[in-house]
Design a protein around this ligand. Structure first.
Ligand code: ATP
Length: 361
């Protein structure tokens, strides 16, 4: 295992002289802690696989350096980096047994036989593959084959990191949850540095201790699931994480008041020095805005529909032209098409050009 440092790392598939805005990965510097469980989360095309392939050495960076435990490995091959990578689709040998497949990465590295047997038994046990160890891998289901791929990725104890690139894509939805929980448990038992690429927030939030959110070739925030939920540092994080995502609406902000669609929302902090000319927005998660009966002093909204998600209901409303989502309290019956909205001021955030602004107390 290793601590991984990226130093001013950037990747341009169009060469070093291409427009910096077209880089698949804009310059980033960050550290991946030894033994950490990370998810790299973002929509298709944001640069997740590029970043993963830079770490494993499949892609050479246009700029910058990669250090494993302070050693510069930027010029080293994938093999020399000692990384295990699990891909979207199973990479296994059909002619070998399940056990031989699991043993292969160890055999390849000249690990002694008793150690191979011990390790294969351990990983097979953890992944429920023990009954299959002597079966040929051919004719197994896609699920079972991908489990073997996961096992091959996890079987070596000496790797710098294990990288997963959307490894559950081919897995049956009912099994996804189980495998994800298993991977998390394995992380604790095996003490490996794991980086897990996905565009699915549920996968990221259930697997990782730290979620690294990417947008348009940049890391926009890195934090625990709770931090990403409570305090999105970029409007993209607010919108991408949560279901429904954060309300992000244009506003005029003056001191401790924000005006949205002609209505005023009180703020807990004061915003006196917003950058001139910046696009100012209010961000508040639907969980922290409550629908109430219309009343003087409450921001009034038109109800368009109610989404009943079973454990919770969200009202889709309009404040003037602005669309908004708000929580419907349990047992509350909607009085008509008009409602009042109650904001939790401590949960209302202000963004300037998509970046969170710290107010003053
Ligand atoms: P996905 O989830 O769809 O795999 P991603 O977030 O992993 O997306 P990347 O595959 O890293 O994103 O792609 C980032 C950008 O780089 C995209 O615009 C993509 O088209 C481009 N790109 C990726 N690989 C290459 C390549 N080999 N040559 C040219 N452009 C590429």
């Amino acid at each position: 295992m290793a601590r991984i440092d990226l130093v001013d790392l950037a990747q341009s598939y169009g060469g070093p002289d291409a427009d910096p805005e077209s880089f698949a990965l804009k310059p980033i510097s960050m550290t991946w802690r030894q033994g950490g469980a990370y998810a790299l989360l973002g929509p298709s095309g944001c640069g997740k696989t590029t970043l993963l392939n830079l770490i494993s050495g499949i892609v050479a960076p246009t700029r910058g350096k990669i250090l494993f435990d302070d050693v510069d490995i930027t010029q080293r091959s994938t093999q020399q980096r000692n990384i295990a990578q699990v891909f979207q689709f199973p990479v296994i040998y059909d002619t070998m047994t399940v056990g031989e497949n699991l043993a292969f990465p160890l055999k390849n590295r000249g690990v002694a036989r008793p150690e191979i047997e011990r390790r294969v038994a351990e990983i097979a046990g953890l992944l429920d593959l023990t009954p299959w160890l002597n079966r040929k891998a051919t004719r197994l289901t896609a699920d079972a084959k991908q489990k073997i791929s996961l096992g091959r990725g996890l079987v070596r104890a000496d790797v710098a990191a294990v990288l997963f690139d959307e490894p559950l894509t081919v897995i049956d939805p009912a099994l996804k949850w189980e495998l994800r929980s298993k991977l998390k448990a394995l992380h604790h038992q095996l003490d490996l540095t794991m980086i897990y690429v996905t565009h699915d927030q549920t996968e990221a939030l259930t697997f990782a201790d730290t979620v690294v959110v990417m947008h348009d070739g940049r890391v926009v925030q890195s934090g625990t699931p709770q931090q990403l939920f409570d305090r999105p540092e970029h409007t993209f994080v607010g919108y991408f994480i949560g279901s429904p995502g954060m309300n992000i609406v244009p506003a005029e902000v003056d001191g401790r008041a924000a005006v949205v669609g002609g209505h005023t929302i009180a703020l807990q902090r004061s915003y006196d020095r917003l950058p001139p000319g910046a696009k100012i927005e209010v961000g508040v998660r639907p969980e922290f805005v409550e629908v109430a009966a219309p009343a003087p002093g409450l921001l009034s909204a038109n109800i368009e529909r109610i989404d009943d998600l079973g454990r919770v209901r969200f009202a889709r409303v309009r404040i003037g032209d602005v669309k908004f989502a708000a929580r419907v309290p349990q047992g509350f019956s909607i009085p008509g098409s008009e409602a009042g909205l109650i904001f939790d001021p401590s949960r209302v955030h202000i963004y300037a050009d998509s970046r969170l602004v710290e107010g003053t107390a």
